[in-house]
Design a protein around this ligand. Sequence first.
Ligand code: PLP
Length: 410
Amino acid sequence: MIQERITDRLAIEGGDKAVTKQFPWPIYDEREVEAVADIIRNGKWGNPDCLGEVEAFEQAFAAYCGTRYAVSCVNGSVSLRLALIACGVRPGDEVIVPPYTFIATASTVIEANCVPVFADIEPDTYNLDPEAVERAITPRTRAIIPVHFAGQACRMDAILDLARRYNLRVIEDAAHGHGAEYRGRKLGAIGDAGSFSFQSSKNLTGGEGGMVVTNDPDLYRLMHSLRNVGRLEGGQWYDHFNPGCNYRLTPMQAVLLSEQLKRLDEQTHRRNENGLYLNELLAGIEGITPLTRGHGETVHCYHLYIFRYDASAFGGLSKTRFVELLAAEGVPCFRGYPHPLYRQPLFQNRNWMCYAIPEMVDYTEVYCPVAEKACRDEAVWILQHAMLGTRTDMEAFAEAIRKIQRAVRR
Ligand SMILES: *Cc1c(COP(=O)(O)O)cnc(C)c1O
């Protein structure tokens, strides 16, 4: 009994960690180093001398996603902005977004002089609920931005059906979704346009970077131009046709990303397998409910592995404290967003820069119960690089949770 208590002492109280392994990210070797060094040595560090490397990455990424086109840019916020503007949104148009996502999904809507309208998420997937989307549609709605949250596909059949019936554009925010699939199609390749981020935490990274993929030649031409200061593809350097900006990726980022892309399939497969295994392992723990799979996602890339935490099975321990204990045990985890997006000061204390949002829109009245509960009580994230571990690591994550449960029950 005494022996068991010693080995069971929580790491936060000075006991041994349940997980001692480190999970490195990013993952690279000499191939990445050489690719970047080659650019440094050849001295062609920027446009217009070096289009080849950037175009090669765009072509490789489009081929990977199965789309006709890909337009790279500086990050996954600008990629959303390019897609929105190219889709033809006008000042005051409404764009439906989920409240459980990174701020960029909604703030780029404001940057495009449109009005973000929040529709709640589903309790079992944390993805946009198509029924809530339909209730949020008005005559001013122009677009929907489904976020494939954590790398799990949204219910795209239902969302595309709404888009057809109400004549809306669909921009997939696939910042979490590199390599994941919905009914055999890559995320990002399903709606009018799909937006990706290559920021350092994402499943495919070049430090920073972004991409929009599409099959629509008109969207492609316009996004290409907006990304390149309004120039036309193949046009003259000092001829400008659209109110764009310099949002270009650099060749150093492009070659780094091209090397990283070669690793993506194997990594995605590993995260998906580990996620399925962890689902099995956690199913047996009272008070822990992994998000549900089975709404059409054929490959989940687990940018985040999310489970729902029920404090009542852990002696009332708050989610925040539980996550502290779990992190101390060596599981790379996080409590997630503290609030649904509409609670951010950007929306609650709207300032003069949000002039495109009509006075009558009052975000203090927005309340999405599922997102509220996810933020406050339920959602626990295990980070993607930890999902690149082994099956034994997944067993250790489950054991860390059981260890905390035993401790709070003693
Ligand atoms: C990271 C992220 C973005 C924005 O990407 P950046 O490259 O950081 O600008 C957009 N949407 C979601 C859901 C994200 O997680």
